[in-house]
Design a protein around this ligand. Structure first.
Ligand code: ADP
Ligand code: ASP
Ligand code: MG
Length: 816
């Protein structure tokens, strides 16, 4: 015999019901018992009406029409017109009964367990009757049973619990194990010794079905729902979650107890003794294999962790006090007082010092628990042996479950380190002695991030998601987007990185997509975006998504944007930038950024601010990290100045060369930034800081090659005029170099704790002599590279290489 249970999600409307009918038809030659829930959402509506009525809020009446319409929909779809009246009048009579009950509730202004059960039971009462009539019309031989005369409860220790003996006798009496028709029964409904209606708790139809399967010694219990089995995590929060093919009873029980709603927690227990297997199947995808729950979990499954579940709205109660050690039977009194008041404890942690104990409970239980604890320990609290009870709200419990976890080391290590790397703080930890479950409590705001991080760690180890939020999509930014698009496939296949561009922005517009923007048409979409650029909204958006591996990419040279890096890092959002301003600003700001980056585990990378895509900063960091020490750095760091002096020949007018450089895009929009040496000074400042020197910009000696009126020029025009006027000055510089058969090069240097920038005469035997075009070169003289320097050389400017350098930083974050 088979027991088939169809949940509210399966019978919610005529679409689901037509699947239900065909599943029943496929099974009708077997001996089957069908258990049905209320139409999805109806129990919620009834519960809402009840609480409104208790509070004398008459708007509950508006919901009658919803109940009526929801039930009329399948009636009209499946029952022939001439037979509809009979069912509709049944529906209306039940709705009237609910109305009468709610009027009474509202008058007495009080809720009782009996009234609550009676009202909530109407959901299953209606669904079972309507489905019965629909099945009759579909030529299925069907027999409708009365749930309340079969499942019985008894009142023990202040609780209604199922009376297994009475229920089993009723079942065997009323349900034949060999009938040739379909038996149909409402789930959720039971009655007590006085035949008053009771329910089995929210989600309890699963339990009705498992009890009946157990009493009837069924071959299998099939739970038909709206997902293809028990998933590795709640699929509505973790999009990568997958159905688990097989689970042991204990694993399934643990996962459901800790929040996997697809199975009502008490469901498994009655099946264990008789070893009745359960299969969770999808009403909307008949062919999907589903999850088989039985004695043997899948031995071949390589995953030690089988699933992750979570409970929302948890509160933590913390009891502390130096006098706790001296209070006799403290724990026993605490747990006894809570359990005798039906308070369900989700997790307990106790420090071995016994000075504190921490328990996790649902929000509603925590409220009650606080009062109970105050009453129980009133004396100790007044004597200050115990501190006042602290309740922390808005927490979530996450459980990582697997039978085989106890045989494997390092599971908790993996769990904690992955959360730590994403800056998710763990408030409490518990691991049962069975080691089938490790539970943690975290802040509710991190739930999505935490579940996805843990899931990634245990189930999708191979794919790492990197979520980018890019500001600045001009030359460099658009090249970066182009490179990302071209490399996407390679990165997934070779490095197992999934790069998602979630948001882009320029100075005018912003474009967002929580699931990743389509990069094919980003330019057009950005122009047409209804969102005007707004830095605050951009930041708030990233923060609210709270994705793991979030990276803010700054491709601008904007001072305001650079001033916001701290804010990003403090929120565990990595920063990758080609904007020098933040690193070359005041020393205190640079130190602050570095410290915050470390503190919040948020990477701050800026390889491209010196030498564009050349591996300068990374090389320097690696040298230092591996124990080498820097003796001297000598470098040409300005592509613009290198270009200008490489093109400046005898007889030329320096003015024309600078103008040409500007026109061809080799200089900053204001060429004075290059000519004054300030840009190079900032770069050597950053290299000095990365080498461990606490320098300010003023510490960099800058002996300018410009005559004083060029230095004092207020506008670009003034600058060009004074360059023209000082033609001879520049020619003389060149002539002096030629005299020594040398070339002019603008050089940055760090040696003996001193840094300088300036124009130098470079002879043919020097590494710099032949440096072409706008290239950069950096010589690192170190303890290890003391005779011949380590040389980094190549194009030091250009959108393509800069974008490549930024991309490199992004990939470095993925490899962390
Ligand atoms: P029914 O109406 O069939 O009883 P439920 O709504 O009670 O269905 O349970 C199914 C829902 O449980 C799914 O739609 C899903 O949102 C939720 N759920 C939570 N955790 C899990 C999980 N680990 N695997 C599958 N579903 C889960
Ligand atoms: N209808 C009840 C509820 O929504 C029982 C169930 O669906 O399992 O809680
Ligand atoms: Mg359910």
């Amino acid at each position: 015999m088979k027991v088939l249970k169809f949940g509210g999600s399966s019978v919610a409307n005529s679409i689901g019901l037509s699947n239900v009918i065909s599943i029943i038809k496929k099974n009708k030659d077997h001996n089957i018992l069908v258990v049905v829930s209320a139409l999805g959402g109806i129990t919620d509506i009834l519960s809402k009406m009840l609480s409104k009525a208790i509070n004398r809020d008459n708007t509950y009446k508006e919901l009658f029409s919803v109940i009526e319409e929801r039930h009329l929909e399948p009636i009209k779809k499946f029952i022939p017109l001439e037979k509809q009246n009979e069912v509709i009048s049944f529906l209306k009579s039940k709705i009237n009964e609910i109305g009468d009950l709610l009027v009474a509730v509202s008058m007495i202004n009080e809720d009782t367990k009996g009234v609550q059960a009676k009202i909530l039971s109407y959901g299953e009462l209606l669904s079972s009757e309507i489905i019965y009539r629909i099945l009759l019309k579909s030529t299925i031989k069907v027999n409708l049973l009365d749930a309340k005369s079969i499942i019985k409860t008894k009142f023990i220790n202040n609780k209604d619990i199922v009376d297994f003996e009475a229920s089993s006798i009723n079942t065997l009496k009323q349900i034949s194990n060999k009938s040739n028709y379909v038996n149909l029964i409402a789930g959720f409904i039971a009655s007590n010794e006085d035949n008053q209606i009771r329910t089995l708790g929210r989600g309890g139809s699963d339990y009705s079905a498992s009890l009946l399967a157990s009493f009837l010694n069924a071959d299998i219990l099939e739970i038909w729902t709206d997902v293809s089995g028990m998933y590795t995590a709640n699929p509505s929060i973790v999009s990568q979650a997958k159905p688990i093919p097989k689970l042991s009873y204990h694993e399934a029980m643990e996962l459901s107890h800790f929040g996997a709603k697809v199975l009502y927690p008490p469901t498994i227990q009655p099946l264990i003794e008789k070893q009745i297997p359960v299969i969770i199947k999808n009403t909307f995808d008949y062919k999907a294999k589903g999850t088989l729950i039985s004695t043997n979990s899948n031995k071949k499954d390589k995953n030690v962790v089988r699933g992750i579940s979570h409970i929302k709205n948890v509160s933590l109660i913390n009891l502390e006090g130096t006098g706790m050690i001296g209070i006799p039977g403290f724990s026993q009194r605490l747990f006894h007082s809570l359990s005798s008041n039906n308070i369900n404890i989700i997790m307990i942690t106790q420090a071995s010092s016994e000075h504190s104990i921490c328990i996790g409970l649902t929000k509603t239980d925590a409220k009650k628990a606080k009062k109970i604890i105050y009453n129980e320990f009133a004396l100790e609290i007044s004597l200050k042996k115990l501190n006042p009870v602290i309740v922390e709200k808005n927490m979530v419990n996450i459980a990582v479950v697997g039978d085989k976890m106890k045989e494997h080391q390092g599971i908790s290590g993996k769990l904690f380190s992955s959360l730590g790397a994403n800056n998710i703080n763990i408030r409490a930890i518990a691991q049962g002695a069975s080691e089938r479950n490790i539970s943690i409590i975290i802040d509710k705001k991190n739930i999505k991030k935490a579940l996805n991080t843990i899931h990634e760690r245990f189930f999708e180890e191979q794919i790492i998601e990197l979520n980018l939020f890019i500001t600045g999509v001009g030359n460099v930014g658009s090249k970066l987007l182009e490179q990302i698009q071209l490399q996407k496939k390679f990165l997934i296949e070779n490095l197992k990185f999934k790069i998602r561009v979630i948001a882009i922005s320029n100075s005018k517009k912003m474009l967002f997509d929580n699931n990743s923007l389509k990069l094919e048409n980003w330019k057009k979409n950005l122009i047409n975006s209804p969102l005007n650029a707004n830095r605050k909204i951009f930041f708030d958006y990233i923060k609210s998504l709270n994705y793991r591996n979030s990276i803010f990419v700054d491709n601008t040279a904007d001072k305001e944007i650079a001033s916001e890096y701290c804010k990003y890092l403090e929120n565990n959002i990595g920063v990758v930038t080609c904007n020098k301003i933040a690193c070359a600003d005041k020393l205190s700001n640079y130190i602050k950024l570095k410290t915050i980056s470390r503190k919040y585990g948020a990477p701050f990378l800026f390889e491209t601010i010196v030498g564009a895509g050349l591996p300068v900063i990374n090389t320097l960091n690696n040298l230092i990290a591996s124990g080498d020490s820097i003796m001297k750095i000598q470098a040409i760091l300005s592509g613009s100045l290198n270009y200008i002096f490489n093109n400046f020949k005898e007889g030329d007018n320096f003015h024309d060369i600078v103008m040409k450089a500007e026109k061809e895009g080799y200089t900053e929009p204001d060429p004075k930034i290059d000519l004054s040496g300030i840009d190079v000074a900032r770069k050597i400042l950053i290299l000095a800081r990365e080498s461990g020197y606490n320098f300010e910009l003023e510490s960099i000696k800058n002996k300018s090659f410009l005559p004083s009126d060029c230095i004092n020029a207020k506008t670009k025009n003034d600058l060009y005029n004074s360059i023209k006027k000082n033609k001879n000055h520049f020619n003389k510089l060149l002539k002096n170099a030629k005299k020594e058969n040398a070339r002019l090069k603008y050089i940055a240097q760090l040696e003996n704790g001193k840094a300088s920038v300036g124009l130098q005469i470079i002879k043919p035997d020097h590494h710099f002599y032949d440096l072409e075009g706008s290239d950069n070169i950096i010589l690192f003289y170190t303890n290890r590279y003391n005779k011949q320097p380590l040389i980094v050389k190549g194009a030091g400017a250009g959108a393509e290489v800069t974008a490549g350098g930024i991309f490199g930083d992004i990939i470095r974050i993925g490899k962390r």
